[in-house]
Write a protein that binds this ligand. Structure first.
Ligand code: KG4
Ligand code: ZN
Length: 354
């Protein structure tokens, strides 16, 4: 008979500039989610410095682990599975989390499940969907919009990720950060641009619209970034009002492109019942407002605490992947796998299409 005891998963995340550990029950109930952010350290350099990030992970990972167990009120003995980010991410940062998780799995005799960070972001969004049966969401269009990714998937269920579009150059969050840096804003600039834009005139500066063909779902942000570079140079001295109008006009198109593409994607994938949005940019309130008013399909967003990098999303997807592998009779005890530093586009591009 099937063992119905809840399964506790310890999630470990260290792919970029957040050291995070979480304890999640059965892929859905978060018992603790601790995030040690390095943002303030990298702020002084204007972006994440990989070597600094790796060293900070090394310093933070053990206290974060201890804090996550304490907050969940469990000991390591109570954990049934360890899930860790395998990639993509900064290699030095990934190696800290992976080595920690591998050592912990051996020392505590627990199984270890490697997890894809980008796919896991979508589980961050799913963790925030309350009071609705998950089956009512699927199949869905699922968007990861962060500092490293602008990926659109068609998902039939929790472990089915079919990539249907990605960016051909910069990611959306990356564009927010680069434009913000040029305007003298500290890293990460996305949240600051949102605040400044709220008092600006979004129609003052006309922005270029990239890849307008309805048949093409890919995203592109380098043209918008270059346009902003040229515009800022032309304006010269930027007063407070101009700054607000620049941020508002930029944000209008940075978010507008995604909303248009989601509209086209809905035409191409009419079976989709909902849109699930994940990643750091999903924290943007104007983005949420526009998605809810401009699209004919319900959108779901993560709670703010699951928008950025966190380990609850890693534990959640880890639980689904582990059970899928176990149900298929696949070996889950082989821990000789490596980190992967970049997304496997070639594999996924083969699957793109309607
Ligand atoms: O998912 P995340 O925490 O890290 C990864 O990139 O994996 O996303 C961080 C990104 C940064 O580029 C940041 O500027 C952007 O998300 N971001 C925002 C907002 N909050 C965070 N962009 C626009 N508006 C926001 N409110
Ligand atoms: Zn992320």
């Amino acid at each position: 008979m099937e063992n119905l005891k809840p399964m506790l998963v310890l999630g470990v995340e260290s792919s970029c500039d957040e050291t995070a550990i979480a304890v999640v029950e059965d892929g859905t109930k978060v018992l603790s989610s601790i995030i040690a952010s390095q943002t303030a350290i990298h702020d002084q350099f204007g972006g994440v410095v990989p070597e600094v990030a790796a060293r900070e992970h090394l310093r933070a990972i053990v206290p974060t682990f201890q804090q996550a167990l304490r907050a969940a009120n469990v000991s390591i003995d109570a954990i049934d599975l360890i899930a860790v980010t395998q990639g993509p991410g900064l290699i030095g940062s990934l190696l800290v989390g992976i080595s920690f998780a591998k050592a912990l799995a051996i020392a505590s005799a627990k199984p270890l499940q490697p997890v894809d960070h980008v796919n896991a972001h979508l589980h961050g969004a799913l963790l925030g969907v309350k009071n609705i049966d998950r089956r009512q969401l699927f199949p869905c269009l699922a968007l990861v919009v962060s500092g490293g990714h602008t990926n659109l998937y068609f998902m039939r269920h929790e472990t089915d990720f079919r990539l249907v579009a990605t960016t051909i150059d910069d990611a959306c969050g990356e564009c927010f950060d680069k434009v913000g840096k040029m305007l003298g804003l500290p890293y990460p600039a996305g949240p600051k641009i949102e605040v400044i834009a709220s008092s600006g005139d979004r129609s003052r500066y006309e922005m270029p619209r990239m890849i307008q063909e309805k048949s093409r779902l890919e995203f592109s942000y380098s043209g918008l970034k270059t346009h902003m570079v040229n515009l800022v140079r032309k304006i010269g001295k930027i007063d407070k009002e101009t700054m607000a109008d620049l941020c508002a006009s930029f944000q209008e198109e940075a978010l507008g492109q995604i909303i248009r593409k989601l509209g086209h994607a809905h035409h191409k994938f009419p079976a989709a019942k909902s849109i699930v949005i994940a990643g750091g940019v999903a924290a943007n309130k104007e983005f949420r407002r526009r998605l809810n008013t401009e699209l004919k399909i319900p959108s779901y967003f993560p709670e703010l605490s699951y928008c950025g990098d966190n380990a609850a999303m890693i534990a959640a997807l880890g639980w689904y992947e582990f059970n899928k592998a176990r149900a298929a009779g696949l070996a889950v005890e082989d821990n000789s796998w490596d980190a992967y530093p970049s997304y496997n586009f070639i594999k996924h591009f083969g699957e793109i299409g309607g």
